[in-house]
Design a protein around this ligand. Sequence first.
Ligand code: C2O
Ligand code: CU
Ligand code: CU
Length: 521
Amino acid sequence: MMTNSLTQRRSVLAALSTLPWLSSAWAQGTMSHDMSAMPGMPEMPAMSGMAGMHSGAEAVTALAPVEAIAAGAPLAALKKLVNTSSKPGVFRASLRAAPVSLAVMQDGTQTEFWAYNDSLPGPLIEVMEGDTVEIEFINALPQPSTIHWHGLPIPSEQDGNPQDAVPAGGRRVYRFTLPMNCAGTYWYHPHPHGLTAEQVYRGLAGLFIVRAKNDPLHAIPERHLVCSDLRLSADGRIPANGANDEMNGREGQFALVNAQRQPVLSFDAGGRERWRIWNANSARYLRLTLPGATFTLVGTDGGLLEKPVTGLSELMMAAAQRIEVIVDAPASGGVVGLVTSPVERGKMGMVPPEYPITLLTVDFSAVKPERLAALPALPSSLRHIQPLGAAKAKKRVVFSELMSMAGGVHSMKFLLNGQTFDMQRVDFTSRINEVELWEIVNEADMDHPFHIHGTQFQVVEREMDGKVTPEPLLAWRDIVNTRSGETVRLKLVQRHKGLRMFHCHVLEHENAGMMGQVNVI
Ligand code: C2O
Ligand code: CU
Ligand code: CU
């Protein structure tokens, strides 16, 4: 029944493009060019403006204006999870996921978040390579949950798969020993079946850093910037997703850093900092610029690059991606905004115009110009990355989208190899310790960031319109964006047996079933 009413989305889109709403107020630019001037604007009415395309019960909620959260406070350091173990090489602590009321709006209105240890973002876990980690998870949510250790090379039964949900009111211990050579910038978040997106947008996500004993950049002062998204209604609630969110991925009106709106980063007087940046957004991509300054990319999700990449004026980060960059204070000094500009990622439907957002301001005034001239050159080699050898097996993952208009109700299907996720179905089998070539084909109209659990991968090449571009960077990643029409080829090895998920990391798409599982034997 469903199949008859499913139409190839391309043709549907072509038909829709003649509808009048496309040239309506949104496109006419009747909105102010400042996102902060959207007081009381109704939540995206999603597709409800289109006759007969309303998708069920969709409350139109007035959103809080962007000024509802105060800007300009000093950037807060991340709260660290305290290690309660006195044994060397063991990190032991507990994380409790629970509702918590916090007044983030200036007028004191309370918002009910769901948070780990009452902290937004969730506490930072900092360990060394080779450490054993033991986290007791207490689920005080009204729903099942798990903790997924995004990007870490740990056994699958400890990785918070949807199959291993901890029921509401339940608890369990996650225990794993980190291998050597996995130093990098990771995070953790829930992964229960069908509930991941909601639990994350209510506040559940925390940070995880694995350090190496010999880190060539250890002397540079380190800064942590966690970019996350928040939507609040005018009355301080976190509204549920609407049809537009389910389609394009949720983007709130607040783009926060360390859960603050536009905080001020007082740059180190020495003139150089190492930034670890997390894109912890459900869907928002980042395109970061810092006028006057250039970035030197030194690390990706899975740790340091072989060599620094200097002179970057812009940093692109798909949802869930992490990077490490070195920032040198510009000679011009001053106070400069770290801005994220809109990324064209093929959003559909009635998309309001998007404008650059200042995520934080960087105050360079403490930097003495004479210090800048004295900054030492960065090491030309950061670490050795062994390119993965010849692939013994191949996997092919195709992302696609289908629009359904069954019974006049509009909905979108997000497919992986033509299917939606089924916990009972194993999509692929892989052999432990065997190099595989994965080909990720994006046949959809939207970009989709590919992610696989349990290992880091090396991107080999990208193909677009028949043109193959070898990947210039030898790097360890667990997220790679696939553009509409693009094929990305990557190599990976799984070093533990068991079930692993792979999916689009726009959480609404993952939730909708753009996910598969591979059994490693
Ligand atoms: Cu952040 Cu299934 O992952
Ligand atoms: Cu993951
Ligand atoms: Cu997606």
